[in-house]
Design a protein around this ligand. Sequence first.
Ligand code: GDP
Length: 322
Amino acid sequence: MDKSFDLKGKRIFVAGHRGMVGSALVRRLAGEDCEIVTVARSELDLLDQAGVRRWMEDRRPDAVIMAAAKVGGILANDSFPVDFLYENLVVQTNVIEAAFRSGVRKLLFLGSSCIYPKLAPQPIPEDALLTGPLEPTNEWYAVAKIAGLKLCQAYRRQYGVNYISAMPTNLYGPGDNFDLDSSHVVPALMRKAHEAKLTGQKTLQVWGSGRPMREFLHVDDAADAFVWLLRNYSGDGQVNVGSGEDVTIAELAGTVVSVVGAGAAIVFDPTKPDGTPRKLMDVSRLFATGWRPKYALRDGLKQTYAWFLEHVEKGDIRLGAV
Ligand code: GDP
């Protein structure tokens, strides 16, 4: 199978281009000599199998990046298991199958580090997949993503198409969801710290014990790695995408508070779940190809806070209680 995929003159369909990852991919691909194909949700519902087949036949992209997914933080995952399992299974299956039918030879499927067992060895190598039970708070999402990467492997094996998968660590950055009930930890803490700064609040609530460890990657670095893999990677196994470094949630909270410039003291809320104790990716497979992230965590948080402020100003992000 041809190893490198030249983007020049290609039509690349970014599924999910309005999301945090999809919009970062569109920004990243804008610098390439390729045509970016997107479709509005009002024009095409990815849950509609016949519609997706028709649309793909009509547009005939050369490559597909599957960045459309129902995503959410620890509480959302735990509260809406049907949405996370059913919607992801259907949407990804529709896109992958329709891509194959319409002759797409290169497809990149995006998953998440939560596909790995709760107690996987740290850092987590790609071959830890399916070696143990999943973290219960996000197993619905994880099962859907495992099915997606297996479907890509199945298409490779049965039909010889170059369908690959990348599993990013916890991502953050411009375009993130800042809604406290459904967001991930970085936007949640950023918003809480910002509101604490505005109101002069003395404390900032951090869920759980503060002891879990997480690895974070700025979404622009993730998009750069995805384009790199689309171009250069052809293999059966999924590739981990991360920074290779993790921090405790307590450390993260301290950094966010300092970047935002809030004076609030951090207090932990033990009634909220910790989730998996640690999920640092083993990124040696990716790093061996020469790719590296550009953002250090603090710089990435600063850049994200600037984006957040701009969008609060524009009224796209509405703050409560302030
Ligand atoms: P996870 O990586 O799938 O567990 O997803 P999250 O980003 O939602 O949570 C990561 C860790 O941050 C968990 O241990 C959470 O309990 C912790 N955390 C602390 N404060 C918050 C918060 O305000 N929102 C969220 N989503 N997580 C928080």
